[in-house]
Design a protein around this ligand. Structure first.
Ligand code: FE2
Length: 247
């Protein structure tokens, strides 16, 4: 797959890019079939009984899921519930490029991946490390701190993003994919529809990533990216932005 200058420019400016029709729909159908086949015997979720398609997954179904289909790929409809506000985060593990693949149609309001456009540029300099994050081990007798160490600048910026930036919902059709920058603020959308959100997630990185992940998060943020990305002026048309669900 090669991307146009406009697609690259849009990604550079907004930290995400929807690419329609990137996957074969027949293969997507096979993956959907595999997910149903992977349900444990006696699962509460029954394919032909849509009244059973309401989340969250019971613990028994979740623990019998060695391939994590039901952890990461399916978001069941929430059922009759009050709406929750959106809240963004960034991922803790090291990677460079995230990809969400829509293996079924994902209409508006049905759990599509949500991004905060432009957040990658605001958050990138608030990290200590370029791709990874420092962590504090947990001790039973010292319970106040554990896990990822966020800088105060990062926490303040996440709070600002939640109030000053409207999330973009990456809804779409079977076979579409979403590329997203590793410092892009995002969330898995809430599923207020009556259909299961079916998507696959993958992370990518360059071959020298093992060395780069500990570099400080300063300097030119695009220095590991392609020459086309580094040279991009970040421009795109209004029509293109609309097709990207922006504005
Ligand atoms: Fe995430």
């Amino acid at each position: 797959m090669s991307l146009s200058a406009e697609q690259i420019g849009f990604f550079r400016s907004n930290g995400y890019l929807l690419v329609p029709g990137a996957m074969e729909v027949d293969l997507c159908a096979r993956v959907r079939e595999m997910m149903w086949q992977a349900l444990p015997p006696g699962a509460s979720l029954a394919r032909n009984d849509v009244t059973s398609h309401v989340g969250p997954f019971p613990d028994a179904d979740r623990s019998a899921d060695s391939l994590h289909f039901r952890e990461g790929y399916w978001t069941l409809p929430y059922g009759n519930t009050t709406r929750e506000p959106d809240a963004c985060h960034t991922d803790g593990h090291p990677f460079q490029l995230g990809v969400v693949g829509l293996i079924d149609d994902i209409p508006k309001d049905s759990g599509a991946f949500k991004v905060w456009p432009g957040s990658h540029k605001r958050l990138y300099p608030t990290f200590q490390l370029r791709y990874d994050q420092p962590r504090i081990p947990y001790y039973d007798h010292l319970p106040s701190f554990k896990g990822i160490v966020h800088t105060p600048e990062y926490l303040a910026e996440i709070e600002k993003l939640n109030s000053d930036t409207e999330a973009v919902e990456c809804w779409g059709s079977t076979g579409d994919i979403v590329f997203w920058h590793h410092r892009e603020a995002h969330m898995a959308g809430h599923n207020y529809s009556d259909v299961i959100r079916q998507a696959v997630l993958a992370d990518f990185w360059k071959t020298d990533f093992d060395h780069r992940r500990m570099e400080p998060a300063q300097g030119e943020m695009w220095r590991d990216w392609s020459a086309a990305m580094q040279a991009s002026d970040g421009r795109y048309s209004t029509t293109f932005a609309e097709a990207q669900r922006l504005g």
